[in-house]
Ligand binder design. Structure first.
Ligand code: FA5
Ligand code: MG
Length: 451
């Protein structure tokens, strides 16, 4: 089970634990007990010497720079929350991979992971990917460190080496990643990525090539702008073709044909050659993914020296923003029902176009009436409200039912939330609509007003 995170004073925690006669590495439940006694996490962050996450303790040092605000996002796993747009996108991508890529035994080729812990070692996040010790991407200014040895993963690539080492040749990892990045409508310090890796043996890569049996994956050559020293040009060109085709297909599956995309060459320490895909969105090119042919040294270090492969990393928010027309990346963290409600689909391929909702304040008015003995339907009232109030009405909820002990009459009370999408409503305007609803309910539904 995932436990929410927080920073706290380690000595103080130990003291409380000792008084409870519990082990010093308690299970989540025990932590909770202590946590409920603490208050103001921000205050703790200032005087802390350990960070707790998922029931584990990370002693603070000069690298520690996670903040309570960031820690409060850890464990939310938006990609696993049903009807969240990131979940919806994940399901569509999974569906595409499951149906398009099958193994010889007709099983899905790619294994999917969406629940790997975002707490990784700096070795996993950087060294395992051949990122040099003095590389700029390790800066404290760019990452969220728990301490010198542990951090919140900055990308899902942190899992590449370990999953290959575990014996996988094709996998997808969906997960939350953390970066101290700029904040604007397409950047957020916590976002989500999809990592994909696919490895090929010589036989798999050259299976459909004429005289494929004469071709080789490896040679002793030179590194050029289009290949690594140990790869043959044939192997690399086939890999690059397959990689780009795989990604073009996902994007076409998601968006349909006709989307404006382009490939740009770039640099990653763990792939060569490397590419980014950009999509034209609102007149600008937006980078949505990075990918490339995996450094053979990495593949070898993971124990797959008879294979070559490629890897890719997609920014899920960026894709979801374009796909659903979500104007601001912060909305993914919205707990507003008006956000969630729009992604409640009956089928994952159902088209959703996000309707931005207003941030203007709501006005709430209640209405109560005795309902007739027969023939009254709640939905009739909802329709009536919609007809009269139109888009001013954001929500109608039945908040109380009351049966009169003597007369046996039933009373309903509804709460109507009014909110305009483009301006602040005045109480007078709302009153006029509300009176109309009261009058019409009596006339059309035969209710007896308790106004
Ligand atoms: C990476 O993170 C590489 N690990 C991707 C990769 C994987 C390359 C495997 C090669 C092989 P990059 O930093 O460019 O690359 O991020 C990948 C995608 O994440 C970007 O294209 C973008 O869509 C998204 N992204 C990056 N930073 C942010 C951010 N602050 N907010 C939202 N999305 C972001
Ligand atoms: Mg990039």
């Amino acid at each position: 089970m995932k436990i929410p995170s927080r920073i706290f004073s380690f000595p103080r925690f130990l003291k409380i634990l000792q008084s409870l006669h519990l082990p010093t590495r308690p299970a989540g439940g025990n932590v909770k007990q202590v946590r409920s006694k603490t208050s103001d996490p921000a205050a703790h962050a200032r005087h802390t010497d350990a960070v707790e996450l998922f029931g584990k303790f990370y002693p603070c040092d000069d690298h520690t720079n996670v903040t309570p605000k960031i820690l409060s996002k850890v464990g939310k796993s938006l990609q696993n929350q049903r009807n969240h747009p990131l979940w919806l996108l994940k399901e569509r991508i999974k569906d595409h991979f499951y149906t398009s890529y099958l193994s010889r035994h007709r099983n899905p080729l790619f294994s999917v992971y969406d629940n790997l812990s975002p707490v990784v070692t700096t070795e996993q996040n950087f060294d395992s990917l051949l990122i040099p010790p003095d590389h700029a991407s390790r800066r404290k200014g760019d990452n969220f460190y728990l301490n010198q040895s542990h951090m919140l993963r900055a990308h899902t690539s942190a899992h590449q080496r370990d999953l290959i080492r575990a014996g996988l040749n094709a996998f997808l990892v969906f997960g939350d990643v953390y970066r101290r990045d700029e904040i604007d409508k397409s950047h957020y310090p916590v976002f989500h990525q999809l990592e994909g890796v696919r490895l090929f043996t010589k036989y798999e890569l050259f299976a459909n090539v004429q005289h494929g049996e004469e071709l080789h994956l490896f040679e002793k050559g030179y590194r050029t702008s289009c290949k690594q020293e140990s790869h043959t040009l044939e192997a690399v060109k086939l890999l690059e073709f397959d990689l780009k085709q795989t990604l073009n297909k996902v994007v076409t599956h998601l968006f349909g044909k006709g989307l404006d995309t382009r490939w740009v060459e770039c640099y990653f320490p763990f792939t060569h050659p490397s590419f980014e895909m950009e999509i034209k969105f609102q007149g600008e090119w937006l980078e949505v993914l990075g990918c490339g042919i995996m450094e053979q040294q990495l593949v070898n270090s993971a124990g797959a020296q008879d294979r070559v492969g490629y890897a890719f990393g997609l920014g899920l928010e960026r894709l979801a923003m374009i796909l659903y027309g979500i104007p601001d990346i912060r909305l993914f963290w919205s707990e507003d029902e008006r956000f969630y409600r729009q992604f409640q689909v009956t089928h994952i391929d159902q088209k959703v176009t996000f309707q931005p909702f207003s941030k203007y304040p709501p006005l709430v008015n209640d209405i109560s009436f005795w309902i007739p003995h027969e023939g009254y339907e709640e939905n009739d009232f909802y329709d009536l409200v919609r007809n009269i109030g139109g888009d001013l009405v954001e929500k109608v909820a039945l908040i109380d039912r009351f049966s009169h002990p003597k007369t046996g009459k039933m009373s309903h009370c509804y709460r109507i939330t009014y909110r305009h999408t483009e301006r602040t409503l005045t109480q007078e305007e709302v009153n006029a609509t509300h009176r109309d609803i009261e009058r019409s309910s009596v006339e059309k539904l035969g209710v007896e007003g308790r106004f």
